[in-house]
Design a binder for this molecule. Structure first.
Ligand code: SF4
Ligand code: SF4
Ligand code: SF4
Length: 282
C-alpha cells in the first residue's frame, strides 16, 4: 500500500505561495491551534460526528462505511459544513497518493514554476512530501519544491533529512519570540521555530519568514527585531503581515486587533534597521 496524504485543497495557480505561479497543496491537520488561524477547518482530522451531513443543502455529503464521502460535483461551496463543525475540521478532505498528485501537477506543469505544500501543517506528513518532491524532481527538474511551515518539527533531526534535502526552499512563520506569548497564541512552545530559523538560514534554504502582527497581544517589536537580526544581510524575504479578522473563528475575534498602518511602517523600518532589507508589509 503506497503512502497517502489527507489534502484539504489544491489551488492550481497561486502567486502568493512562493515565487512565481505555483500549485499550492494544502494538507489537512496541524499541531498548532493559533488563535488567529485563518483556516481553522484545516487543524483537525474529521472526528466523524456527521453533524455536517445534516446541514449540507446540496446533498454533497454522504456516510459510507462510517466515513464521510464528499461529492465535489454537487457541492455549492456554501461552507455550512465547516461553519457547523465543532472540531475545526472539514468533510471536504480527500486522500491522495503521490501518483494522484503527480497526475494533478502534470496537468499544469507547463504553466507553473513549482509547487508549494502548505496547510494545516504540511510537514506532519513529511514522508509523503519527501517522496512527492523526489518524484517531482525526477520528472520535472525545472519545477521548484517549497514548504510552508509553522516550524514545529526540529528539521535538523536526521528523521527529516530526506524532506530537507528534497525541498528547495522553506517559508517559515515566526509567530512570537517570547515563549509564553507563543504558547498562549498557538498552544505550543517556540523553541523549534527559532531553531529552524537559524538552521534553515545556515543551510541556505530559507526563502521567506512571516510574522503576523496583532495589536496589544504580542511584543511585535521583539519579534521583528529578532527575526530581522537573524536574517540580516541575507537574501531572505521578511513579510510583516497585518492581522485581519477574515476567516478567524468568531469566538477568537474579540481578543484580536489589527495594527494601524503607522505601526506597521514603524515595524518595517525596525526590520530594515536591523538588516532585513527585503521586508514588505502585507
Ligand atoms: S467534518 Fe466536523 S462536523 Fe463533519 S463529521 Fe467531521 S468532525 Fe463532524
Ligand atoms: S460547502 Fe459543505 S455544506 Fe456546502 S454544499 Fe459543499 S459540502 Fe455541502
Ligand atoms: S499553524 Fe497555521 S494552520 Fe496551524 S493553527 Fe496556526 S495558523 Fe492555523
Amino acid at each position: 500500500m503506497g503512502l497517502k496524504a489527507k489534502i484539504n485543497k489544491i489551488i492550481k495557480f497561486s502567486n502568493v505561495d512562493g515565487p512565481g505561479n505555483r500549485m499550492a497543496i494544502f494538507f489537512q491537520g496541524c499541531n498548532f491551534n493559533c488563535e488567529y488561524c485563518h483556516n481553522p477547518e484545516t487543524i483537525n482530522i474529521c472526528k466523524e460526528c456527521y453533524k455536517c451531513v445534516e446541514v449540507c443543502p446540496s446533498k454533497a455529503l454522504e456516510i459510507y462505511n462510517s466515513k464521510i464521502i464528499w461529492n465535489k460535483n454537487l457541492c455549492c461551496e456554501c461552507d455550512q459544513c465547516t461553519k457547523i463543525c465543532k472540531f475545526d475540521s472539514s468533510p471536504k478532505v480527500n486522500e491522495y497518493t503521490v501518483e494522484d498528485l503527480l497526475a494533478e501537477i502534470g496537468k499544469v506543469k507547463a504553466f507553473i514554476k513549482g509547487i508549494t505544500v502548505s496547510g494545516g501543517e504540511s510537514t506532519l506528513q513529511y514522508k509523503f512530501i519527501a517522496r512527492l518532491f523526489s518524484e517531482v524532481k525526477k520528472k520535472w527538474p525545472n519545477l521548484t519544491c517549497f514548504v510552508d511551515t509553522n516550524g514545529s518539527l526540529n528539521l535538523d533531526n536526521i528523521e527529516y533529512k530526506e524532506l530537507v534535502e528534497n525541498t528547495d526552499f522553506f517559508m517559515l512563520d515566526v509567530k512570537a519570540w517570547n515563549n509564553s506569548e507563543h504558547l498562549l497564541l498557538t498552544g505550543k512552545e517556540v523553541n523549534s521555530v527559532i531553531k529552524n530559523l537559524y538552521f534553515l538560514r545556515d543551510i541556505g534554504k530559507l526563502f521567506e519568514v512571516r510574522s503576523v502582527i496583532v495589536e496589544n497581544r504580542l511584543d511585535n517589536r521583539l519579534i521583528v527585531e529578532n527575526v530581522a537580526k537573524a536574517i540580516s544581510n541575507k537574501d531572505i524575504r521578511y513579510k510583516i503581515i497585518k492581522y485581519r479578522h477574515f476567516g478567524v473563528r468568531e469566538e477568537m475575534k474579540s481578543n484580536l486587533f489589527s495594527p494601524t498602518g503607522i505601526e506597521l511602517e514603524e515595524l518595517e523600518k525596525l526590520a530594515q534597521k536591523n538588516g532585513a532589507k527585503n521586508t514588505l508589509i502585507i
